[in-house]
Design a protein around this ligand. Structure first.
Ligand code: AMP
Length: 120
């Protein structure tokens, strides 16, 4: 799948639409999810053009991948979630219901999060 430069997160990265920024460094931006599904719900995205986790894992240079993982840990720590716990989730493709075609991970926290997946 080709990267769509008009996806909503690409537009956030270009500051064409606003976000509630939580963290930023040279490789990564983190901001609050617009429809939070937990008391804390933050999205962490790389600044590079990657469609999904699969694309990022296959194409991103090792330094970008390492910076991304480090940033996820840093954001969770900054949000005060590390002691109580949090969940990190990435959706890739249709079965996972990925809505935005720019790689992102969700960080959820702030309450007991329950089962990893709902019962069928
Ligand atoms: P996914 O289903 O993993 O692709 O998740 C996409 C997430 O992006 C959803 O949780 C949306 O609520 C969130 N989202 C969509 N548009 C925005 C936006 N403009 N600002 C912040 N979060 C957004």
């Amino acid at each position: 799948m080709a990267y769509d430069r008009n996806n909503i997160f690409a537009r956030i990265l270009r500051s064409e639409i606003p976000c509630q920024k939580v963290y930023e460094d040279v490789h990564v931006l983190a901001f609050s999810d617009i429809r939070p599904q937990a008391p804390v719900h933050v999205l962490v995205i790389p600044k590079g053009e990657y469609v999904s986790l699969d694309d990022f894992a296959a194409k991103a240079p090792a330094a970008e991948q390492a910076a991304f993982v480090a940033a996820v840990g840093k954001v969770a720590r900054q949000l005060g979630l590390t002691e109580a716990g949090y969940r990190v989730l990435a959706n890739h493709g249709a079965d996972a219901g990925q809505e935005v075609p720019h790689f992102h991970v969700h960080i959820f926290g702030g309450k007991r999060l329950g089962r990893m997946l709902p019962r069928e």
